[in-house]
Design a protein around this ligand. Sequence first.
Ligand SMILES: Nc1ncnc2c1ncn2[C@@H]1O[C@H](COP(=O)(O)OP(=O)(O)OP(=O)(O)O)[C@@H](O)[C@H]1O
Length: 344
Amino acid sequence: MSETPMIRTVDLAQHFPIRKGLPGRPGAVVRAIDGVSIDIPRRQVVGLVGESGSGKSTFGRAVMALDPPTSGRVEFDGTDLSQLSRAALAPYRRRMQMVFQDPFSSLNPRMSVAETLGMPLRFREGGAGRSERRDRAAEMLEMVGLPRSYLDRFPHEFSGGQRQRIGIARALMTSPDFLMADEVVSALDVSVQAQVLNLFARLQREMELTMLFITHDLAVVGHVSDIVAVMYLGRIVEIAPTRALFSGPRHPYTEALLSAAPSPVPGGARKRIILEGDVPSPVNPPSGCPFRTRCPYAIAACAEDRPALAAVGPDHRSACIRTDLDLMPATGRRTEAALEGSPG
Ligand SMILES: Nc1ncnc2c1ncn2[C@@H]1O[C@H](COP(=O)(O)OP(=O)(O)OP(=O)(O)O)[C@@H](O)[C@H]1O
């Protein structure tokens, strides 16, 4: 029997009612995520990629049990979190931690690094003593490549990359099994991005972490992920091991995202697929395939039924009825560089 995944979502949906702005349509809802069933296997990194507004952050929050889902469920290590009381959820919360997008806003400017890092341990059952918290904080600082002398400093004394390292150290204080990282490098300079991504890759290996890595940037996702899931309008349209997805995309939306990566090879200019129009509103998504209104390969049948996420290869699923298409793989130095660091 295969191992229980660390995270399993089953038909997970998050719909937000809209109270203002649509007079006469009080029942309107934003379908931020709309039936997502994926597994995050133990000690693996699943990268979740998609354009702004596709529902990535909403999915991350639902996985962390921060918001109760509209329907469906999240299982953590085989346990349905939605069935648990607040008290019963507490030990699970320590096993799942997150790193935020903007390292500056997530650190309290009036708290020293020692206090910031000690916070997650203060409310632990029995509570950790001050010196115990300080020792653990020093250990975690070293783990993320910062000297322990930083313990008594304050956030404004650090660069963006250093602050992000402190945010990561804080997330690791409770020795979590699962880490959710939401756009953790998008606020950083490109050179610093690479260092922070390498840090994530090292920590994941050394601490055997399971991770959900959310980003709009496919090159970033290639660096750290074993598996990539592509989200469009609140649904997973393709999921596959990283290499398989980059070398043989099966969904036209994935192809379009891959084609947006620059091709710096001299003379190797490649066709760039420009998606027409904006992402349709998640209040009123298109019938059938949600991507059909922007898809260069759409046919009449695409408007009929919502395509199921169906197997197209080993551990590879795609939600497209055009299984006849020969789609363009990723090329270009940036993508190759991304895959070089990829574990998959
Ligand atoms: N609390 C909320 N109330 C109403 N609508 C919401 C709420 N949270 C998110 N949405 C909507 O749900 C959709 C998905 O948003 P979400 O932030 O999850 O996307 P995202 O892919 O993470 O995008 P970004 O990278 O821009 O944050 C968007 O249309 C957004 O406007």
